[in-house]
Design a binder for this molecule. Structure first.
Ligand SMILES: [Zn+2]
Length: 448
């Protein structure tokens, strides 16, 4: 009998010991983490490098198509979308129409079969070809306000001049045509480079949030363009938009691109796709699902301090695991990584400077401090920066932020405002006024 009692007690003690951590876990918030990388087969994937925004002499680029593709091919790229202003790329071996004065009346020619085969099949690159993303174009080719939108797999935009201060028409028309769009260098239009507080202004948050909620095929925005000069405050805008758009049932993917016109601009900012094989179809699916990273040699910021300019061998993610409330990120040790930062609701909630390349985040350590998403940033001072997409967090008690009201009313007066605002004369006056203000040194100092 004694034996039975002591055995029973032992089982009881063991059971309570085993139960303790479980009940401790239960006292925290239970999260459902929506992982954009859930379909990535990490064990069998390679990382493919992409450029989704660049220009040839079919618009304002300095090189012809063959030389241009050759530059990206030689730089080790795997995926390339040619996005000339107002000129659709129907395939590198297909004729395209240019727009007279917009490329100085230069004639352009498609690749020969031999050139095309070399790039597509990677004949002198161990069979590692470069994928031609078709139906690529930068829309609104003639606007001074630089409200440019990239289209992919679209038939819209050929020769369309565009309206001033208008990011909305292009995504709408691209969606109608069956294509996908990305909003380019929004900081250029917002002028948040010089006025970073605008990234938190309800006018801009409302404007972009409405575009993303209306057009599901508008996949995201550039959070970095070229050297990150004009986009330095755009991660702040992206965070604002994530906070109000995710509760409506969709995400906003981050893109980082060269927007290159000159040879020395190749390789500054790019996307990284972990995929088991490289094809236009696989890239398209990963783009739609957000299963890629935005990366850059550069990381600038509104305070203009501690900025990064690396060699481009940015931290490479090799695995992401979700286990309950814990996210684990592994990255390539040879490439290295100095710091991981975890961002939620526009705030850095955690950072690890160990350089271990193996990182975990237990969401329960930050209960009460989380918004509707978390994302991470991998930094290497000598190489550059890699941004993950946002992981939506669903949990009881989540406070959903609403899209702020626009200061521009949705009535007759509001419509008058937009008619006025989209005039070229207004854009020019605005541009000159801001240029003068910038020259006079009216750049606001931002608190760190
Ligand atoms: Zn542009």
């Amino acid at each position: 009998m004694k034996k039975i009692i002591s055995a029973f007690l032992a089982v009881l003690i063991l059971a309570s010991a085993l139960c303790l951590p479980v009940s401790a876990e239960r006292s925290g918030v239970q999260y459902t983490i929506i992982n954009p990388y859930k379909d990535v087969d990490w064990a069998n994937s390679e990382t493919y490098k992409a450029c989704f925004h660049c220009h040839t002499n079919a618009s304002d680029g300095e090189c012809d198509l063959n030389e241009w593709i050759g530059l990206y091919y030689d730089a080790g790229y795997d995926i390339l979308a040619i996005t000339d202003h107002g000129v659709i790329n129907n395939g590198w071996n297909k004729e395209k129409r240019t727009n007279g004065i917009f490329n100085g009346f230069k004639s352009v020619s498609p690749l020969t079969d031999e050139q095309y085969s070399r790039y597509i099949n990677g004949t002198d690159r161990n069979g590692r070809g470069i994928v031609d993303i078709t139906g690529g174009i930068e829309c609104n080719m003639a606007v001074v306000s630089k409200t440019h939108v990239n289209g992919y797999w679209t038939t819209y935009g050929q020769g369309v001049w565009g309206k001033e201060n208008d990011y909305e028409t292009a995504p709408k028309e691209i969606e109608k045509s069956g294509g996908y769009s990305v909003l380019n260098h929004v900081g250029d239009w917002v002028n948040s480079n010089n006025y970073p507080a605008r990234s938190h202004n309800p006018f801009y948050i409302n404007y972009f949030a409405n575009i993303f909620t209306k057009y599901k095929t508008c996949l995201g925005m550039e959070i970095i363009n070229n050297t990150d000069n004009c986009t330095r405050a755009d991660r702040e805008l992206w965070d604002e938009l994530l906070s109000v758009v995710i509760p409506t049932g969709r995400n906003i993917w981050a893109f980082a691109d060269d927007d290159s016109e000159y040879r020395d601009e190749v390789g500054r900012s790019f996307e990284l796709f972990p995929m088991t094989s490289n094809s236009e179809e696989n890239v398209k699916n990963a783009m739609i699902n957000g299963a890629f990273f935005a990366a850059s040699k550069y990381q600038k910021n509104p305070a203009r301090k501690n900025e990064i300019e690396g060699d481009g061998l940015v931290p490479l993610v090799t695995d992401i695991k979700i286990n309950g409330n814990v996210i684990t990120v592994e990255c390539d040790k040879e490439r290295g990584c100095d710091t991981i930062e975890w961002v939620s609701d526009g705030k850095v909630i955690a950072a690890d400077n160990s350089g271990s390349c193996s990182y975990t985040l237990n969401l329960n350590d930050y209960d009460g401090n989380l918004g509707c998403y978390v994302r991470f940033v991998l930094k290497s001072v000598s190489h550059g920066v890699t941004y993950s997409q946002a992981f939506e967090l669903r949990y009881d008690g989540r406070v959903n932020k609403e899209i702020p009201a626009s200061p521009i009313p949705e009535n007759f007066l509001g419509r008058i405002f937009w008619l006025w605002y989209q005039r070229l004369s207004v854009t020019l006056a605005d541009l000159i006024g801001e240029k003068i203000a910038d020259k006079l040194g009216k750049i606001p100092v931002v608190a760190e």
